[in-house]
Design a protein around this ligand. Structure first.
Ligand SMILES: Cc1cc2nc3c(=O)[nH]c(=O)nc-3n(C[C@H](O)[C@H](O)[C@H](O)COP(=O)(O)O)c2cc1C
Length: 399
């Protein structure tokens, strides 16, 4: 995502807590320093077991206070927080979230956070069981309610052999998101409506017609819109990623549900983005599980409502409609021709065209899309889904 912060140097406190992902926070410190910001790293005692003080000092090019009673003459325990323009904690452990939610001040990171009025961005990282524990959920909810910003975690490989939600977001995404939080908020006061994930059309009580969408693109769009100050509603079907905090989430498992929720909310929204993979067909589901022998008598398929076309038809001059077009064609010209045809048929302002397939698009961290507008050349956007989401908002916000 293109960060919208001012070009001047920021005083950034980077809190690092004791998780394996601490090694990735080195890249966060390096990136911030490379961008010209002054970085003070505050590692917790546990974080120092993963990455040592010399690494933090070398990378941040700054002294690294590690003890609450370091720098007493400079009142370091509160001064770093008071002077900071931005505080990032990455990785944020379950233990840290519990401490921060309760405002404890037994180490330098705790006192710094209590003393700061700067925006705070947390990037949690932990095993799925710890992440999904109600204690962690409640601690995080309390922090979000106080205006703390959170990015991730994402689903993916964790330490050891397991995989699932709990993996820290990518370092560059954390940097971009954190810098966008302190930047201008061009979408402040605007409502952005985003659909995400795949719908599931029930066939009978146990089967459904579904698709490979994970919802990651829609979730990245919601994160980007929220960081630009928008009031975001995410209408989602099946998601394999954690929706961002601070965003209103509405579960719409079927195409019909998504139609209801999107059309009801569209009149109040200034931007609507259809990123969900909505089933084109549904069936009248059987009340009982269909047997193998009944296969021939399975219900007829019927087309689902065309949500994007309906939003396009009711759109006012002030509203913008963005429609995603997932295509399997290998030919870029064909992809762009279909995107333009979709722009016409849905009365969309922007079409985001991407190639999908078993190994492409769905579930991948990085993506490549064409952003097609009514006038001007299409823009190829590549990178993480958060980066691509940022490019799309850059296009929507450019005069
Ligand atoms: C090898 C190892 C890896 C750990 N990884 C994590 C982690 O990723 N996330 C987490 O919340 N805790 C993790 N922990 C547990 C924390 O290190 C522990 O809760 C510690 O008290 C955190 O201290 P801090 O929050 O003050 O940094 C890990 C522990 C060990 C031994």
């Amino acid at each position: 995502m293109t960060a919208r912060h001012s070009e001047s140097s920021l005083r950034v406190v980077l809190g690092v807590t004791g998780g394996i992902a601490a090694y990735k926070a080195v890249q966060i410190a390096r990136s911030l320093v490379t961008k010209g910001h002054q970085v003070t790293v505050i590692p917790t005692a546990s974080a120092l077991k993963f990455v040592g003080r010399p690494t933090w000092e070398a990378i941040s090019r700054s002294d690294v206070p590690v003890d609450l009673f370091d720098g007493v003459a400079e009142v370091t325990h509160v001064a770093l927080g008071q002077q900071a323009d931005l505080v990032i904690v990455a990785p944020a452990t379950a233990n840290f979230l519990a401490h921060y939610a309760h405002g404890t001040a037994e180490d330098l990171l705790g006192t710094t956070l209590l003393a700061t009025t700067a925006p705070v961005v947390l990037a949690p990282a932990m095993h799925t069981e710890m992440w999904e524990n109600p204690a962690t959920t409640e601690n995080l909810a309390a922090l979000v309610a106080r205006g703390i910003h959170v990015i991730g975690p994402e689903a993916g490989p964790l330490t050891g052999t397991d995989s699932g939600p709990g993996r820290m977001s990518e370092p560059e995404d954390i940097v971009d998101y954190a810098l966008s939080v302190v930047g201008p908020r061009p979408l402040a006061g605007q409502k952005v409506l985003i659909s995400a994930g795949g719908t599931r059309e029930p066939i009978d009580p146990v089967r459904f017609i579904g698709n490979r969408s994970t919802g990651a693109m829609g979730v990245a769009l919601a994160q980007a819109a929220a960081s630009l100050g928008a009031e975001v509603t995410l209408v989602h079907g099946a998601l394999e990623v954690t929706p961002p905090r601070g965003v209103e989430c509405v579960f719409a498992p079927t195409a019909a549900d998504m139609h209801t929720e999107m059309t009801a909310r569209f009149p109040d929204s200034s931007i609507a983005i259809m990123a969900a993979a909505v089933a084109d067909w549904s069936v009248e589901p059987a009340a009982e599980k269909l047997t193998k022998d009944e296969a021939g008598s399975w219900p007829e398929m019927a087309q689902t409502p065309d949500i994007a076309a309906e939003l396009g038809a009711s759109k006012t001059a002030e509203q913008r409609l963005v429609v995603f077009a997932a295509e399997t064609t290998a030919d870029d010209e064909e992809l762009l021709a279909r995107a333009r045809a979709k722009m016409q048929s849905k009365s969309a302002d922007v079409v985001v065209a991407n190639r999908v397939g078993e190994q492409v698009g769905f579930g991948q961290t990085d993506t490549a899309v064409w952003i097609v507008q009514r006038s001007g050349a299409p823009v190829l956007s590549t990178g993480s889904k958060l980066t691509v989401a940022g490019h799309l908002f850059d296009v929507l916000l450019s005069p």
